[in-house]
Design a binder for this molecule. Sequence first.
Ligand SMILES: [Zn+2]
Length: 151
Amino acid sequence: MTQASQTSRSDLVGCPHCGKRNRISAAARGVARCGSCRGLLPWLTEATDADFDAVAVQSSLPVLLDLWAPWCGPCRMVAPGVERAAQQFAGRLKVVKVNVDHSPNTAARYQAQSIPLLLVLQDGEVVARQLGAVPPDALLRWVEGALPPAK
Ligand SMILES: [Zn+2]
């Protein structure tokens, strides 16, 4: 990769505790907290080949990586479970979606020949792998099993 692993992209995240909208940098470290009430925020963002290292590999939280593409029907089936994971594991997990059509290097790095491919990463290393569509409840159980225990 020749591009700098920096990104200025950010996401607007509504706080589930107080309703305030927070702007969270995609490459922020640590957990996402509400600037108003300090509550933990669900964190779902996107990355591309250009900023994958900054957003996902350098994350201090475990990352749920969703490798998907717009033409992939089963990818749409897993999307609700992925969004629920961001909410249920707020403060324990950062969810990063990567469109494999736009980010072939990241797709190749994690051998995403077939999608949807869900991975749990810690420091960029795969700690759990789920290939193919999975219902939301099963997805949440799978993520829970891959995460360090709640503090
Ligand atoms: Zn809040």
